[in-house]
Design a protein around this ligand. Structure first.
Ligand SMILES: Cc1ncc(COP(=O)(O)O)c(C=O)c1O
Length: 280
């Protein structure tokens, strides 16, 4: 049984003791949002940005934020203190609460707030040395991929297809554009320039994505936020995926085709090294 520190509706309870009603709209409808933030050496990484995105997700689906900024900060701080680990993944979920099953928003229902602190999974050395494999997948998600909603079925199906094809991630393709991964953002490198999809309704505005763009500025590497034709995936010099868990990970194969010389690229190495330096 997992006894990671957790928080449920105002109380700190070990994860194994958390209980939620089956009438919670998160369970019944997937009616909620979430956030995931990394903690390095007991310090939350890009906390303000994660809390801003959490606030935006709630506003977009019209859940009233139940806590002030200070309350969110101390919730996270308390989970960090209660954990035995120094590097953590903090997961936060807010749903529209418990109510008789009905599509219509319930009146006067309290949002359910759940959070847990788990050890941050380490990126495998082998993936950094050799890069990972990707597949492409038809993007069957809805039109509001910019909101971090808990209803992730399309992402789960795509990710499972990737795993069953011995790949690490699925790249979502819509209208012949390569958008992002099932749980990561995508960067495509051609002739020394980095491309990533703009922050519109079709991708999640990744905190790691923004951090990597800052690092590229610092390194003086040119980048463009623009749509990426699917064919570019097969003629690129480098491919990277980014997320709070994966950080910045090189991909060396896509749809079984080798990317460039099949090794993690030079620009990835520079960006990755600066990432490691900055995050501590
Ligand atoms: C669909 C999707 N895109 C991008 C990301 C990366 O976001 P972040 O860098 O904030 O972890 C995630 C993270 O879970 C995701 O689910």
């Amino acid at each position: 049984m997992n006894s990671s520190p957790a928080f449920l509706n105002g109380e700190y309870v070990p994860l194994k003791d958390c209980k939620i009603s089956p009438l919670d709209r998160g369970f019944i409808f997937g009616d909620g949002i979430y956030e995931l933030l990394p903690v390095y050496e007991n310090k939350a990484f890009y906390l303000d940005q994660h809390l801003q995105r959490l606030q935006r997700s709630m506003a977009e689906i019209r859940i009233k934020n139940p806590y002030s900024l200070n309350e969110w900060q101390s919730l996270i701080e308390n989970l960090i203190q209660q954990s035995d680990h120094d590097d953590l993944a903090i997961y936060i979920q807010v749903t529209r609460g418990i109510a008789p099953r009905d599509h219509i928003f319930p009146q006067a229902t309290q949002a359910t707030v759940f959070a847990m602190a788990n050890p941050l999974p380490k990126v495998a050395e082998e993936q950094l040395q050799n890069g990972v494999e990707l597949i492409t997948s038809d993007d069957i998600r809805w039109q509001r991929c910019d909101i971090k909603v808990i209803s992730l079925l399309a992402n789960i199906l795509a990710r499972q297809d990737a795993i069953e094809a011995s790949a690490a991630e699925a790249i979502m393709v819509r209208d012949d554009h390569a958008l992002e991964g099932a749980a990561s953002n995508l960067f495509v490198i051609r002739d020394g320039t980095v491309y990533t999809h703009p922050k519109d309704n079709l991708v999640l505005p990744g905190i790691t994505r923004d951090f990597v763009l800052e690092l590229l500025d610092e390194l003086g590497i040119e980048y463009h936020e623009q749509v990426i034709p699917k064919e570019w995936l097969y003629s690129s010099d480098e491919l990277w995926i980014t997320s709070s868990i994966k950080e910045v990970l090189p991909a060396t194969k896509i749809d079984q085709k080798v990317v460039a010389d099949g090794k993690p690229g030079e620009l990835w190495r520079k960006t990755y090294d600066l990432y490691q330096e900055r995050k501590r």
